[in-house]
Ligand binder design. Structure first.
Ligand code: NAD
Length: 484
């Protein structure tokens, strides 16, 4: 049986106890993972501090960027290994891991290596009270040791999205990947070695959240900042735990995203786009659309077309190229999603498609699958319309006017993403600008340029990462004012 260990100061280190890494596609245990206790988390933070003093933060920007580019190359040189590890940990189809997760991990290192080399800082020539001038300019310094805590849905993609800019800015990191998906963070440790990243710059501790590696890391007095992606409630718990030390935080949290489909949309395009936005990664992407509002003249036709399109979703071995629909991450998460399927019925929904557990044979029968599901008929106040389910499910409701659609889409405590489908340029811009979210797509979904701001409003997050926003979060700016 494979063993997955912590990575501290350039060494793979066992903890005192193990937990199981389970393949969600068939329920089998694929590895034993060494859990980091308080002592190991402390050792990881000390190693990161030592590496910071040892010179990573003092390398020139050009040197650091060159090393990050080597990490990107090293990820690509082990592409199949990363894909296989991600598929085994998450059960997601190999086509998705090969198209999205692993290429994006390499891209994250490339983008931030390029950005740190090319992004300048502002300077001002100011007047002094005595009529002379002063020159103001800012320099970028690392924050120090950054604690990075990530979820299971896009494990390597989301981890590298934070590791790459943190390292680009000269910080050292201790990462705590999700307990459900420990493999690729550990594989990345080997890749860091291969790319010549000095010991202690990148450290990995495995474990859970409360009273385990996650909390030990956020509470550690020598961690200078915490960046977190996960559930909104967990964000609240982390905020409490860092409050006394006033560590800066960046939170990318949950969502209950809305798509608005206007009668003037390109119909086939919209159906294909919404199908992706609801079912990709079995709905386990924070950006997935669980609420779909469709203008009344095309409502019935759209519901029917989306249900028909859903028949293309094929469950099978995740390693088959023909499989395009995977399991949920765990038996506990499947229970949560199924509890919402039951609740939807109690709340009066009509299941237009799915609504239960698929009948499967062989090893997949032990996997954590649910059917892709489309509901109609719920009141806007229903819990299934208000709460994040994080599964392959949406509710479709009709609307009449632009105003009504905007109000319904914004009637949520979350504020991560929206997707608008219309052929009217004017309407697209007008509606997009009224969405209370961090990112709005018009006639597309999940099209990402990594230089753009990413994050959420309301319960969906605090701060923005991406491009210059990441560089600003992961660095301390020192403004220098020189009287001339
Ligand atoms: P989660 O909050 O349960 O766990 C995320 C990570 O936090 C894990 O590593 C976990 O061990 C750790 N953790 C849990 N409690 C902790 C605590 N008290 N202190 C420190 N660490 C703790 O989230 P999840 O179930 O892994 O992921 C799904 C959630 O993530 C969904 O809500 C989804 O919307 C959200 N998400 C958001 C984004 C985004 O960019 N906004 C991206 C992906 C996922």
């Amino acid at each position: 049986m494979k063993s997955i260990q912590n990575y501290i100061d350039g060494n793979f280190v066992r903890g005192k106890q193990d937990f199981a890494d389970v393949n969600p596609a068939d329920g089998s245990v694929i590895a034993h993972v060494s859990e980091a206790d308080q002592y190991l988390v402390d050792a990881a933070v000390r190693a990161a501090r030592k590496a910071l003093r040892g010179g990573w933060g003092r390398l020139t920007v050009r040197e650091r960027a060159a090393r990050l580019l080597k990490v990107a190359d090293a990820i690509e040189s082990r592409f199949d290994c990363f894909v296989a590890a991600e598929v085994a940990d998450t059960g997601k189809p190999i086509t998705l891991a090969s198209r999205l997760d692993v290429p994006r991990a390499a891209a994250n290192f490339r983008v931030f290596a390029d950005l740190i080399k090319t992004t300048g800082l502002e300077s001002f020539q100011s007047e002094t009270p005595d009529g002379n001038t002063a020159l103001n300019y800012a320099v970028r310094k690392p924050l120090g040791v950054v604690g990075i805590i990530t979820p299971w849905n896009l494990p390597l993609l989301l981890l590298t999205w934070k590791v790459a800019p943190a390292l680009a800015c000269g910080n050292t990191v201790v990462v705590k990947p999700s307990e459900e998906t420990p493999a690729t963070a550990t594989l990345l440790a080997e890749t860091m070695q291969q790319a010549g990243i000095p010991s202690g710059v990148y450290n990995v501790v495995h474990g859970f959240g409360p009273n385990s590696a996650g909390e030990f890391l956020t509470q550690h007095p020598d961690v200078n900042a915490v960046t977190f992606t996960g559930e909104s409630q967990t964000g609240g718990a982390i905020m409490k735990s860092v409050a006394a030390s006033l560590k800066p935080v960046s939170f990318e949290l949950g969502g209950k995203n809305a798509a608005i489909v206007f009668a003037d949309c390109d119909f086939d395009d919209a159906v294909a786009g919404i199908s992706d936005a609801v079912f990709l990664n079995s709905g386990q992407i924070c950006l997935c659309m669980e609420r779909v509002y469709v203008q009344r003249p095309i409502f019935d036709r759209f519901v029917e077309a989306l249900a028909r399109k859903s028949q293309d979703l094929r469950i099978g071995s995740p390693m088959e190229n023909t499989t395009n629909f995977g399991p949920l991450i765990s038996s506990a998460h499947r229970e949560k999603v199924l509890s919402y399927y039951r609740l939807a019925r109690e709340e009066g929904a009509t299941a237009v498609f799915g609504g239960g557990i698929p009948q499967l044979d062989g090893p997949l029968a032990q996997g954590f699958y649910v059917q892709p599901t489309i509901y109609t008929g719920l009141a806007e106040s229903a819990r299934c319309v208000k709460e994040e389910i994080f599964g392959p499910v949406c509710h479709i409701a009709p609307f009449d006017t632009d105003e009504e659609a905007i109000n319904m889409a914004n009637d949520t405590k979350y504020g991560l993403a929206a997707s608008i489908w219309t052929t009217s340029l004017k309407r697209g811009h007008h509606v997009a600008q009224q969405m209370n979210v961090g990112i709005t797509w018009v006639n597309c979904w999940f099209l990402r340029d990594l230089r753009t701001p990413f994050g959420g409003a309301g319960l969906s997050g605090i701060g923005r990462e991406g491009g210059i926003h990441s560089l600003n979060f992961y660095s301390e700016l020192n403004n220098i004012c020189v009287r001339l």
